[in-house]
Design a protein around this ligand. Sequence first.
Ligand SMILES: [Zn+2]
Length: 104
Amino acid sequence: MSFRIRHCVECPQCHTWYLVGFSPYRNRAYLVRTGTRSFDEYTLYCFCQGADSPNVCRWAEAKACEVSKSAHQRGYGALDEIWLLERGSREASVDISRYLHLQR
Ligand SMILES: [Zn+2]
């Protein structure tokens, strides 16, 4: 398995992680950049609550995540496909220090 480091935004309802730059997504969710400050912030529209009323998550902060190949091809993924780097993992197979240049 190969992994990539990407910035992702999480839907707080269904805990799906969306990769920044892949919007709109195949499940109709989409991401709008709203950040005006020094870090990236987004508004996420996720249809996990039903097709008619998107779950709107405002000011979601993009976070550096380790993304599996399948999730990267899809543009989003579940918790078992995308791992938040800052959360830390004892089983991490990737040396996180190699990716510190991605963090601001
Ligand atoms: Zn959702």
